[in-house]
Design a protein around this ligand. Structure first.
Ligand code: BJ8
Length: 422
């Protein structure tokens, strides 16, 4: 993983402290990814994205920003990136998946909240994330309590706007949601000093639909048994989707898909067909959180699906491109976003049905439900998921964990015991 202290200085980072990060990431990446056997050649692009995570892509964003393109950071797949693209801005996901920034956050935030929120907040207060430094503003949302209350504090460090996401999906909620989408558009237009018209919004929708479609294609191919790509590599691509340039990203995903089709045709796989196939569901795994996938695949299984926001919830639905005016466009956009089945909603039974559907489609043989510590909504929803799985004889295990390495041994033992049932 390469370094660019001169750029980091310009971004106002704590350069002395950050200098230790690239070597740490290099070691982790070497052990977790590059040591895998028989990876598709087209993974080279995504490896390169990681090697350049603190240099190439961030410099590209920095240069675009110098050229007048505002950069907006988000934390949730409910914030419509199509409208940022439509207005000529750059949208990047800022969720944190690293243990290294937690201590910074805990100087201010309570300890007993979700590690994803703490990691992201810690990156900002510690000035140790170039992506957090490059954004002009961040757009939070009212999903879980930990996030919505943290935005009030985050606003002290970087301008933080909040989009209200309702917690139910009735007609009146839809009306509120549409108004929020319109407010979001107005705010983004203001920042970018433009008014995105019908054609601009259509182009934004097309670009992000194409990105989501590429990921759908990739996910369908990886469901093949024997698997042409590892779960770790798929998770990595799903993570990169949140900070890469969307048009190039979609093209690179399609190139990888072409290779996977050839591999399938030639019988080339990363593991034999007899390998236990596991689907992961639950809370998102933000970069560089590879903990559970690494444990599962090191135990001799393969992950074949992520029912997660860094996973299928991000790309399973596209926006209908048939709208004839701006009002209709925003309505169709809102309808698509309302299909995301986050556990912050009540009731949220569509998610249970979706998990079962993806279980079937992926040819999985068991589900491991992943819950970040203190995420009450996913943790409680796991009760219903377990009941649904038990009713159908689907092997199911739920785990609750954080980013620390402390429980890795214990998780390995539990995962191995679970795999023996399959
Ligand atoms: S749509 S899952 S991205 S809110 S894991 S921070 S919920 S305590 S991330 Fe999420 Fe949007 Fe929902 Fe998806 Fe809170 Fe839970 Fe932490 Fe979470």
């Amino acid at each position: 993983v390469k370094s660019d202290p001169e750029l980091w200085e310009k971004l106002g980072m704590d350069v002395a402290r950050f200098a230790g990060m690239p070597p740490m990431l290099t070691n982790a990446y070497q052990n977790i990814f590059l040591s895998q056997h028989n990876r598709p050649e087209r993974m080279a692009y995504f490896d390169d994205m990681v090697a350049n995570i603190h240099t190439g892509r961030i410099r590209e964003i920095y240069d675009a920003k110098q050229g007048g393109k505002p950069v907006i950071g988000t934390f949730c797949v409910y914030v419509p990136e199509e409208l940022v693209i439509a207005a000529g801005g750059i949208c990047i996901g800022l969720c944190g998946g690293a243990q290294g920034s937690i201590a910074d956050a805990e100087k201010i935030l309570p300890r007993n909240i979700c590690p994803m929120v703490k990691s992201a907040f810690g990156f900002k207060v510690g000035k140790i994330c170039p992506y957090f430094q490059v954004v002009d503003l961040v757009y939070g949302e009212t999903t879980c309590d930990a996030k919505k209350k943290t935005w009030e504090l985050l606003d002290r460090y970087v301008p933080t706007h909040v989009m209200e996401i309702p917690q139910m999906k009735r007609e009146r909620d839809k009306r509120l949601w549409l108004d929020e989408v319109k407010d979001f558009k107005a705010a983004v237009d203001r920042i970018t000093d433009t008014v995105a018209d019908f054609d601009a919004v259509a182009a934004g929708i097309k670009t992000i639909n194409a990105k989501r479609f590429a990921l759908q294609r990739l996910n369908a191919l990886r469901h093949h048994n024997p698997s042409p790509i590892s779960g770790k590599d798929m998770l990595l691509i799903e993570q990169i989707a949140f900070y890469d340039e969307p048009v190039r990203f979609a093209q690179k995903v399609h190139e990888l898909c072409d290779e996977l089709e050839q591999r399938i045709g030639n019988g080339i796989a990363v593991a034999p067909a007899s390998t236990p196939r596991i689907m992961v569901s639950g809370t998102p795994m933000a970069l560089p959180n590879w903990k559970l996938h690494h444990i599962i695949e090191s135990a001799g299984a393969i992950v074949v699906n992520e029912e997660s926001c860094i996973g299928t919830r991000y790309y399973k639905d596209l926006i209908d491109e048939g709208a004839t005016d701006l009002e209709q466009q925003l309505e169709r956009l809102t309808e698509r976003y309302m299909k995301i089945d986050c556990s912050c909603f009540t009731p949220n039974d569509d998610r249970i049905a979706q998990v079962l559907k993806e279980y079937e489609a992926s040819g999985a043989e068991g589900i491991i439900d992943y819950c970040l510590q203190f995420c009450h909504t996913y943790n409680i929803e796991a009760v219903k998921l377990r009941e649904a799985c038990e009713a159908r004889g689907i092997p199911f295990m739920s785990i609750e964990t954080d980013y620390s390495p402390d429980d890795v041994g214990q998780l390995q033992t539990r995962v191995e015991a679970f795999l023996e049932q399959i």
